[in-house]
Design a protein. Structure first.
Length: 359
């Protein structure tokens, strides 16, 4: 082998060796795709950067909840704030809300960890699609708050929430009685329906794409169904459905792709990819419970984080089902998501970012 031929092989070997050093990379990458390490941060004993020193990324922050920590990091690899969790935290890019089961009020922390505003109501908060929601103490109501803590609307659902999804246009709650309620940004009802079709009615998983007028659900026990609702003539109707071989009796992960072409949901043997145009399916052979997806629209890639007990696998997919690479991430709280040109990850007590590119 010539010296010129050895150079690209050495470069690939170096990238893989660095990945193994920070995490443990398993599997083979397609030769045209690489994730190159950009930066890493250890959380245990780390000292946050001076908040007066602006990040090179222009102020962008990345929220995280990992192990016993929550906080914010900059996209260029500086730790802005890391705090210890007492119970749970709701986290977005820019805000952290620590809370407990018996919280009767909430303090929202900014990217430096300083109090930003208060929410004087009991319940469990979470962020979805950049929006802040609060479920009532009995999980029978949902409220939305503004970025300054102003109550925008409250909706009494009539039954406990069993599934929830939101995007920029709709907030959709699935209830234990089998009802789906879609709520507009002003708090008005866009949809209230019960898909039915099962002996025990319950909504186990939801995904929403309000721009295309779509709501997808995994619902029912004995038998379970995949249901796709579409908006036609101003009303939502069942566009397609199919019975599943699963019999889950817990929340189920389901997502709709940003390009409107696919639905991803938890199956009996892995993660099912359904092509919405014709209803055909394929299955990715990875643990499917509590998976998340994050998409890179520039490269047309999907980053899929598949959890399995005390670890997770980051899978890089060219949709619908071509696997380009996979990485093992130790730790039950591991996460990964795309942010611009970076894949932002956390595993154990370490944050890292990788730059996606082609070799």
């Amino acid at each position: 082998m010539t010296e010129e031929a050895r150079k690209p092989l050495a470069a690939i070997a170096l990238v893989l060796a660095v990945l193994v050093y920070y995490f443990v990379a398993a599997g083979k990458l397609e030769p045209e795709f690489v994730l190159a390490p950009a930066w890493t941060l250890g959380l245990d004993g780390a000292t946050p950067s001076d908040p007066a020193d602006p990040p090179a990324s222009g102020g962008a922050t990345l929220g995280f909840e990992l192990g016993r920590f929550h906080g914010q990091a900059s996209a260029d690899g500086r730790l802005l704030f890391a705090g210890g969790k007492e119970f749970r935290s709701a986290v977005s890019d820019g805000y952290v809300i620590p809370y407990a089961l018996d919280s009767d009020g909430l303090t929202v922390l900014d990217a430096s960890g300083a109090p930003s505003y208060e929410i004087r109501a009991p319940g469990a908060p979470w962020f979805s699609a950049g929006r802040l929601f609060l479920a009532g103490p009995e999980m029978g109501s949902v409220s939305e708050y503004s970025e300054t803590g102003e109550l925008l609307w409250t909706f009494d659902l009539g039954a406990p929430i069993s599934a929830f999804a939101a995007d920029g246009g709709l907030a959709v709650a699935g209830l234990v009685d089998g009802t789906i309620v879609a709520i507009e940004r002003d708090g008005s009802v866009a949809l209230r329906t019960a898909p039915g079709g099962s002996r025990i009615e319950i909504i186990l998983g939801l995904a929403v794409d309000s721009a295309r007028g779509r709501i997808a659900a995994v619902c029912g026990i004995d038998r379970q169904r995949f249901v796709l609702l579409t908006r036609t003539g101003g009303a939502y109707r069942v566009a397609s459905h199919s019975y599943l071989t699963t019999d889950f009796r817990r929340p189920v992960s389901i997502r709709l792709s940003a390009d409107g072409r696919h639905a991803w949901y938890e199956g009996a043997d892995g993660i099912v990819v359904r092509r919405l145009e014709d209803g055909s399916e394929s299955t990715l052979d990875f643990p499917s419970r509590d998976f998340t997806i994050s998409e890179d629209p520039v490269r047309g890639l999907t980053y899929l984080l598949s959890r399995d007990g005390e670890s997770a696998t980051l899978v890089v997919v060219s949709p619908p089902d071509r696997v380009l690479g996979r990485y093992y991430l130790p730790g039950a709280d591991a996460f990964a998501r795309a942010y611009g040109d970076l894949v932002f990850t956390g595993s154990g007590e370490r944050l890292a970012a990788f730059a996606a590119g082609e070799d």
